[in-house]
Write a protein that binds this ligand. Structure first.
Ligand code: F6P
Length: 369
């Protein structure tokens, strides 16, 4: 750390969990709002809490020069990790791999470094950690991000709208090839517990089938839809499926990660499983495209840039007011704070009566029911 001015308050900023488009916009907005305010210096920890615990000397001073123009870039200039949970941090003790709670140590390092407050830009897992750290005495504020859009209490998280654009563009490109070859194309999109990306991109691109985690699918319903498509001479179909979708009788397709401290099962492969079933049952040509991390990359769209600016400014306002343990959310067109406790109380899955679901059904889209 350098350029410390003891008359100013100090704010630590970090990005944690999976990256997404728009993170840099939040970083820039916080830094610009703090400079405009004139009473705060902003610093950034690289690799979230791992940076504080393992390399506190790498914490960087974020000025408007450092953040100039970064709002149009994907990823995060602060880097990120999704396996550095300070409440279950990987360690080796007497030759054995264990997980230890380093949250009190983390809080005391942050305080020793002279930070008055922390802003953590993260998803549901990160904010559960933030709530824990808040309960243990850390002055912390959250910012909602994740392409999955599954954080409770907000209509939108940073990165979601750009991911929908990316998925829609990909499906748009796959539709003519499905049509030209008389094929079924199955596109697997991200969405661990919630089908927001799947349903938005399927409706936007005009897919025939959308399969989401909220509605376990019946293969018979999909077979009936495909048979009618091919019988009527249309001769092609596009299926969009969330990585977290599952059949009525069966589970998600996942494997255990070999990365130390990575807490979630690694999802992926449900599209291939479904494609094999369709090939066997209907003797059709089926191809699979897995969009994967392409959905997390790229330039943030205008919506995410604006949301990043609003969330960044509001998060800084919460810090200034000393309203810790809170997170700004976008609800019914308004940006307002809710408690981290509320934001992590449940996942925001698509309610079965949501207009997206009723509209999809009304247009004859098969949801696997
Ligand atoms: O950001 C959420 C998410 O995109 C999930 O949909 C996906 O399962 C996960 O991240 C994958 O993350 P990674 O491979 O980076 O650990």
């Amino acid at each position: 750390m350098n350029e410390v001015d003891n008359t100013m308050k100090k704010l630590l900023l970090l990005t944690s969990g999976g990256d997404c488009p728009g993170l840099n916009g939040v970083i820039r907005a916080v830094v610009k709002a703090a400079e405009h305010d004139g009473n705060w210096q902003v610093y950034g920890s690289r690799r979230a809490y791992c940076g504080v615990l393992e390399k506190p000397n790498d914490i960087i001073h974020l000025t408007s020069e450092v953040v100039a123009g970064i709002h149009v870039r994907g990823g995060t200039i602060l880097e990120t990790v999704n396996k550095g949970n300070p409440t279950a941090f990987p360690a080796e003790i007497a030759g054995e791999q264990v997980f230890i709670d380093r949250s009190d140590e983390l809080i005391s390092i942050i305080k020793q470094l002279g930070f008055d407050a922390v802003i953590n830009i993260g998803g549901d897992g990160s904010h559960r950690v933030s709530q824990h750290l808040f309960e243990h005495g850390l002055n912390i504020v959250g910012v909602p991000k994740t392409i999955d859009n599954d954080l409770y209490g907000t209509d939108y998280t940073i990165g979601f709208q750009t991911a929908v654009d990316t998925a829609t563009e990909a499906i748009d490109r796959l539709i003519p090839t499905a049509q030209s070859h008389n094929r079924v194309i199955v596109t697997e999109v991200m969405g661990r517990d919630a089908g927001w990306i799947c349903l938005h991109s399927a409706i936007a691109a005009g897919a025939e089938v959308a399969l989401i985690p909220e509605i376990p699918y019946d293969i018979e319903a999909i077979k009936a839809k495909l048979t009618s498509r091919f019988d009527k001479g249309h001769g092609f179909a596009n299926i969009v499926i969330s990585e977290g979708a599952k059949p009525v009788a069966g589970g998600v397709v996942s494997k255990q990660s070999n990365e130390l401290g990575y807490e979630n099962p690694v999802l992926g492969g449900i599209a291939e499983q479904l494609a094999s079933q369709i090939r066997v049952a209907l003797d059709l040509d089926v191809r699979v495209t897995v969009l994967g991390h392409i959905q997390r990359g790229g330039t943030p769209n205008a919506f995410d840039r604006v949301l990043a600016a609003e969330f960044g400014v509001q998060a800084f306002e919460l810090v200034k007011r000393g309203q810790f343990g809170f997170i700004p959310v976008s609800k019914d067109g308004e940006i307002k704070p809710i408690s981290l406790k509320e934001a992590t109380s449940e996942y925001r899955v698509i309610p079965l009566e949501h207009p997206l679901i009723t509209s999809a059904r009304a247009m004859g889209m098969c949801l696997g029911e």
